[in-house]
Design a protein around this ligand. Structure first.
Ligand code: CAA
Length: 240
C-alpha cells in the first residue's frame, strides 16, 4: 500500500508542484489548503489529488483535519509543511496583526501539523517531515522581520524535532528555497524583484518543480540517514 503524504498549502505554487511530484513517485497525496476554493477544486479536478480545507495556524482545526484524513485516506506517514503567507513591510509600518498572522501560519502551522501526526509516526516507527523554510530565514530580508523570523524558526524547529524523531525512524528536514517563480514572488514590486534577480548567480528565478525534486528525495527511502539538514535550493543566491 502506498504511503499517505499530506502537503499543506498544496494546491498552489510550490505546494502544487510537490503534490504532483509525490504522486508521480507513488505516494497517496492529500493537499491541504487554507482559502482559495476555486483553485483547490481546479487542482483536484486536474490531478485527481484529494483536497482538504483547514487553517494550519489553527491548532484544533489541524488536529481535526489530520484525524479526518487518517480516517478517510489512511495513516499520515509524510508531512510537507509548505503553507505560508507574506505580509511584507518595514518594521516601523508593520502592524502586530501582520507579525502575528505570519508567525501563526508559517511557524505555528509546523507545530500544529507535527502535533497531529508525530505520535502516529512514532508508533509506526517511520515518518518523513519536510519543512519549507526560506533563504530569507537564513539571510534575512529587508521588509520581512515577520517572515524571516518565522522561517528562521522553522529551521530551528526542524533541527530540534529531528533529534526527537531519529530513534523512531522519523526524519525531519528543511528546504530553504530562494526566489521561485510563484504568485508569492510575483507580488514583490517589479523594481525590487529585478534587483533581487540580479543578485542570483544562476541568473533566473527558480521553478517550483526544482523545489519538489528536493522534497521528493527527502521523502524517499533513500534519505533515511538524512535528518536535521537544510537543503538550500536558491540558484547560488546565498551559500550557507
Ligand atoms: N536595503 C536597504 N534599503 C532598502 C532595501 C534594501 N534591501 N529595499 C528598499 N530599501 C530602501 C529604499 O531604497 C527606500 O529608500 P528611500 O526612501 O531612501 O528611497 C526605502 O527603503 C523604502 O523602500 P520602499 O519604497 O520599497 O518601501 P515600501 O514601504 O514601499 O516597501 C517593502 C517596503 C514592502 C518591504 C518592499 O521593499 C518590498 O516588497 N520588498 C521585497 C521584500 C521581499 O523580498 N519579499 C519576498 C517575498 S517572496 C518570499 O518571501 C518567498 C521566499 O521565501 C523567498
Amino acid at each position: 500500500m502506498s504511503r499517505v503524504a499530506v502537503v499543506t498549502g498544496g494546491t498552489r505554487g510550490i505546494g502544487r508542484a510537490i503534490c504532483r511530484r509525490l504522486k508521480d513517485d507513488g505516494f497517496t497525496v492529500v493537499a491541504n489548503y487554507g482559502g482559495n476554493d476555486d483553485a483547490a477544486k481546479a487542482f483536484s479536478d486536474e490531478t485527481g489529488i484529494a483536497v482538504y480545507k483547514w487553517d494550519v495556524g489553527d491548532h484544533e482545526a489541524c488536529l481535526d483535519g489530520c484525524a479526518k484524513v487518517e480516517s478517510e485516506v489512511g495513516p499520515i506517514e509524510v508531512v510537507v509543511n509548505n503553507a505560508g503567507i507574506t505580509r511584507d513591510g518595514v518594521l516601523h509600518k508593520m502592524s502586530f496583526d501582520d507579525w502575528n498572522e505570519v508567525m501563526r501560519i508559517n511557524l505555528g502551522g509546523c507545530f500544529n501539523m507535527a502535533k497531529a501526526t508525530f505520535p502516529g509516526m512514532r508508533e509506526r516507527k517511520w515518518g518523513r517531515i519536510v519543512n519549507i523554510g526560506s533563504i530569507n530565514g537564513q539571510a534575512g530580508q529587508y521588509g520581512q522581520v515577520n517572515y524571516a523570523a518565522a522561517k528562521s524558526g522553522i529551521h530551528g524547529f526542524t533541527k530540534a524535532l529531528a533529534q526527537e524523531g531519529a530513534r523512531s525512524g522519523i526524519t525531519v528536514n528543511a528546504i530553504a528555497p530562494g526566489y521561485i517563480d510563484t504568485d508569492m514572488v510575483a507580488a514583490v514590486p517589479e523594481p525590487v524583484l529585478e534587483k533581487i534577480v540580479a543578485k542570483i548567480p544562476v541568473g533566473r528565478l527558480g521553478q517550483a518543480e526544482e523545489i519538489a525534486r528536493g522534497v521528493a528525495f527527502l521523502c524517499s527511502e533513500d534519505a533515511g540517514f538524512v535528518t536535521g539538514s537544510t537543503m538550500s535550493i536558491n540558484g547560488g543566491q546565498h551559500m550557507y
